[in-house]
Design a protein around this ligand. Sequence first.
Ligand SMILES: O=C(O)CCC(=O)C(=O)O
Ligand SMILES: [Fe+2]
Length: 314
Amino acid sequence: MAETARLTVTPLEGARFGAEISGLEPREITDAQREAIWQVYRDRHGLICFAFDRMIEEDELHAITRIFGEKEVAPGLINGMGKMTPEGEAHLTFEEQISRLEAEGVDPYMTFIGNLDPKTLQRKEREKKFFGEWEWHSDMSYVPVPPTFSLLHARVIPAEGGDTGFCSQVMAAQALPAELRARIASRTAKHDSTYGSSGELRPGMSPPPSPIEAMGHAHPILRKVPTTGDEAIFLGRRTNGYIPGLPLKESEALLDEIWAHATQPQFCYRHKWQVGQVVVWDNRMLLHMRHPVDEDLNRFMWRTQTKGEAVIPA
Ligand SMILES: O=C(O)CCC(=O)C(=O)O
Ligand SMILES: [Fe+2]
């Protein structure tokens, strides 16, 4: 445990990365605190859990998000960003879509994850898939400029289940066998946008005939994280992943091999949530997944993210 800039910093238990920070007042963040938080980010490899003994307000979550960068629109709200462009909307600009959402009372920079209605907090219908395990992924990596940080604020947490797993792709890159590294070094991987992390189809999407045709952007498999200089493996998600230039069978086999390496338990941490917490992670350094939730239980989070930069090859 360490005290810095009126914050208490404690490494996350049982993990090789991540720290808990308590003592932050989101409406009164000082420059010294910003600096201290970025230092924790570097020392603890891109994962921070802010502890609060209460639920925070929307402006407070935006203020915490601002520490890490400029806010980015939430997935599934803007055409081409986790959402297929509906017919007759191709002419709409980004700004027009933002104005339209705001006029409808929607904050395009905040989204809600769970099985409760955000306004009434009443149970809402969800596909069965929602409750199952969500696959390892990096957020919105299917766009050319994926968001860097994602933040989740826990508001309703089941007594059991629904933990979030994080897996360091920096540690996985450091431990890459030379032979595997040589086979992926100059390759890219395509990150599919058809399915959300729970396996549900994204708005307006239909399943592609094969991963080769799947919609999504291809990024270098080994990327550089500019804030730390680290190298990280960047895979997006396994579903419909494809390595351009390889026959499908070879791409599948190589992806299976890299994924098996990248998600070994020694690179991972499993977060058990407490109400009030805000967890922030760097999508360039970490994969995440969600453990299953009992269909009879409630789970509800607020979520924001920050703008990223085009992926820098390592
Ligand atoms: O609900 C969770 O624990 C994780 C959800 C997720 O993948 C995300 O918010 O990006
Ligand atoms: Fe995610």
